[in-house]
Design a protein around this ligand. Structure first.
Ligand code: NAD
Length: 329
């Protein structure tokens, strides 16, 4: 790798532009090529972002000017594409959710080790300013120890509002894998701990598409903290996005803004705003991956972390099927 890190993106769908714009914000990363099977989309993307257009992953992987590959593909393609890219000697940033099974995640991690390349997972909330600031506040200890975290995420998600594969569980779609992955990850991030037991209800309650559209889950973390996830992609309903953390000396909550109680004034009721400077989460994510490739820092979201998040999501599905708590070894 010369001074500039060469980036290739695979899949020119909804999220790809965020990665291309992230590269534009960084001096030491340059977008070299997009690989996209749809010719019209490929040509438009290549023109807009001034990069080459390749018709396949294979063609992109043959390029010597690409060091890092971002996989922005339908979920069922993540594992094989990541393994192929790693075996071709590329570093990989695979979009969330990491893969369709824990076994696929393990194979991806093994492929990265065998190729001595980095495997990062696009759990972007680690880099979005508000969730990242919430974690910093919890880690500072000012609010004491995290006792539990809750995520209430209600959105309208009718057929047609997203690509059709996102409504099909066989394609890796559904609310839990597509969106629940972010909010489970956020609670793991606040707890700083893995999930070791899960009890959940997962199903299709509000729409007639072939995947889940609602989850209520209770998570037990290894360090003793707990978490709940209430998630819908409702046919109607009122959008709500609220994360809360209850700690031994105070509380915080965030949607678009971060607020916390004042631990120095326990008799004052209510939250106060915590100022958070704006930042671009996708650019910060790419910056972290690029720095790790250069040996200038640790990966914030390595494959092992992505695997632990997926393990909890699959345990939610299993718990719901069996009507029992699932304990993870
Ligand atoms: N991190 C985030 O905030 C965020 C936001 C949105 C989507 N995502 C994730 O990004 C990924 C892509 O989602 P999307 O909404 O952009 O999907 P999309 O359906 O809009 O785009 C996927 C693209 O991949 C192309 N494609 C399919 N098979 C291909 C192949 N074999 N080779 C090359 N191109 C191929 C499709 O033609 C399509 O253009 C998913 O994992 C999704 O969950 C992440």
């Amino acid at each position: 790798m010369a001074g500039t890190l060469g980036l290739g993106i695979v899949g020119a769908g909804r999220v790809a532009a965020n990665h291309a714009r992230a590269a534009q914000r960084l001096d030491d990363v340059a977008l070299r090529a997009i690989a996209e099977v749809d010719g019209t989309r490929r040509a438009a993307f290549a023109e807009e972002y001034g990069c080459a257009g390749e018709a396949s992953l294979d063609a992109l992987l043959r390029r010597d000017d690409v060091d890092l590959v971002v996989l922005a593909l339908p979920h069922r393609l993540h594992a094989e594409a990541a393994i192929q890219a790693l075996q071709a000697g590329k570093h990989v940033l695979v979009e969330k959710p990491m893969a369709m099974s824990v076994e696929e995640c393990d194979r991806m991690i093994a492929a990265a080790k065998a190729a001595n390349r980095l495997l990062a997972v696009g759990l972007t909330h680690h880099f979005h300013p508000v969730p990242a600031a919430a974690r910093v506040l919890i880690r500072s200890g000012q609010l004491g120890r995290l006792v539990w975290a809750t995520e209430t995420q209600y959105s309208q998600r009718r057929l047609g509002s997203n690509p059709s594969w996102l409504f099909d569980r066989a394609e890796g779609g559904g609310q839990l894998l597509a969106n629940g992955v972010h909010f489970t990850d956020r609670m793991m991030m606040l707890a700083g701990s893995r999930i070791v037991a899960v009890k959940a209800l997962v199903g299709s309650f509000f729409n007639a598409y072939p995947s889940d559209d609602g989850t209520l889950a209770y998570f037990q973390f290894e360090n003793g903290a707990a978490g709940t996830l209430a998630l819908t992609g409702h046919y109607s309903g009122a959008p709500t996005s609220l994360a809360q953390a209850v700690c031994t000396k105070g509380m915080l909550r965030y949607g678009r803004e971060l607020e916390a109680t004042d631990p120095d004034q326990p008799d004052v009721e209510g939250y106060r705003a915590v100022p958070v400077p704006p930042a671009n989460g996708f650019a910060r994510q790419l910056q972290n991956v690029a720095a790790a490739i250069r040996g200038e820092g640790a990966l914030e979201v390595p494959g092992e972390w992505g695997r632990d998040v997926m393990r909890a999501l699959f345990a939610c599905e299993e718990s719901s099927r069996r009507g029992r708590e699932v304990v993870l070894e």
